[in-house]
Design a protein around this ligand. Structure first.
Ligand code: AP5
Length: 310
């Protein structure tokens, strides 16, 4: 079908940098198909089967009718079906950016990364970007009102009507309360929190070895997921010029906050301000824990199990 990379293609402007935060305006045909397919996946084979049969035996006039039926099913689901609102939770380097796109592919709902949105704002030097730049580089947290505002606007977009995956939000109890409130106003709530558990000591290697393709958000690692082009010097260190994206051949880059020094602050923020959010959601029975300190395939198997209703 359609690759994550294809669906991550972006339009011009601020969002061209934020791969995990595509807006409706940036939707590709494939994403749109993915979204439109969703009601059928859930609504069931019956409707889809019926439409298929109908389409096979009727003339072009019937295509319009099928289109109408399909719109009706979509409307029904966007009105009555609970939205899938997932939080991908975990420390820096836990694998949120690694597994989020796969959940996107599976469920057909967008991954909204506040980190990517803020990096896009920094790159575009918007007012928000200018405020966030130094804080992010040092590994601190951007103010609650900025990120809450970003998310409030984003989840109103059309591609979020069946749900969305939050990555990097909420990060404080204040943000959590704001999220619950904005969802309650629409009769929705968080349906699952997937906590990726990894001990702090393995995160430095993951973070300091990460390289990313800025335009698509594709993530590489010098040891765990090297690009095909990678060459190393006599000390075994990657040669920067050889770090190229597998798909486009464009240069990869390292994030300014992916340093051992900034990681100390990021982890302190995670344990001090973000982990208490789990206590908030635990009584609601929505928290699922995944052992993210294992090979990526093993993590994905556990993520899949945590997504299942059974
Ligand atoms: P953000 O972009 O959200 O960064 P983060 O939470 O620190 O998370 P990362 O993107 O670093 O980690 P990840 O879990 O996605 O790891 P990945 O999958 O790439 O936030 C950045 C900054 O923005 C914040 O510090 C803050 O300043 C600001 N901000 C954002 N949201 C905010 C908010 N709500 N409020 C206030 N401020 C906010 O994996 C990492 C590496 O490990 C990769 O190279 C990958 O290949 C590798 N890897 C992954 N899984 C495995 C595995 N199982 N085995 C081996 N290697 C693996």
């Amino acid at each position: 079908m359609f690759s994550t990379a294809a669906r991550r293609l972006t339009t011009a402007g601020v969002r061209s940098v934020g791969a995990r935060c595509l807006s409706t305006s940036a939707k590709t045909a494939s994403r749109s198909m993915n979204k439109n397919a969703l009601p059928f996946l859930f609504a069931g084979g019956l409707t889809a089967f019926g439409l298929t049969q109908y389409n096979q035996s009727q003339s072009a006039q019937c295509d319009t009718a099928a289109g109408d039926d399909s719109k009706a099913v979509e409307n029904k689901f966007s009105t009555y079906w609970p939205r899938n609102i997932l939080i991908l939770f975990g420390p820096p380097g836990a694998g949120k950016g690694t597994h989020g796109p796969k959940i996107e592919d599976l469920l057909g709902i967008p991954q909204l990364s506040t980190g990517d949105m803020l990096r896009a704002a920094v790159a575009a030097q918007t007012e928000v970007g200018k405020k966030a730049q130094a804080i992010m580089k040092a590994g601190g947290l951007v103010s609650d009102d900025i990120v809450v505002g970003i998310i409030r606007d984003r989840i109103k977009e059309d591609d979020c009507k069946f749900g969305f995956i939050l990555d990097g939000f909420p990060r404080t109890l204040e943000q959590t309360k704001a999220l619950d409130k904005m969802l309650a106003e629409e009769g929705a709530c968080v349906t699952k929190v997937i906590e990726l558990q990894v001990p702090d000591e393995v995160l430095e290697e993951r973070i300091c070895g990460r390289w990313i393709h800025k335009k698509s958000g594709r993530s590489y690692h010098v040891k765990f997921a090297p690009p095909k082009s990678m060459k190393t010097d006599s000390n075994g260190k990657p040669v920067a010029e050889s770090m190229l994206d597998d798909e486009t051949g464009e240069p990869l880059m390292q994030r300014p906050d992916d340093t051992a020094t900034a990681l100390v602050k990021r982890l302190a923020g995670y344990h001090g301000e973000t982990v208490p959010i789990l206590k908030h959601y635990e009584p609601k029975g929505v928290v699922k824990t995944v052992n993210a300190n294992q090979k990526m395939d093993g993590v994905w198997t556990e993520v899949l199990a945590s997504l299942s209703r059974k």
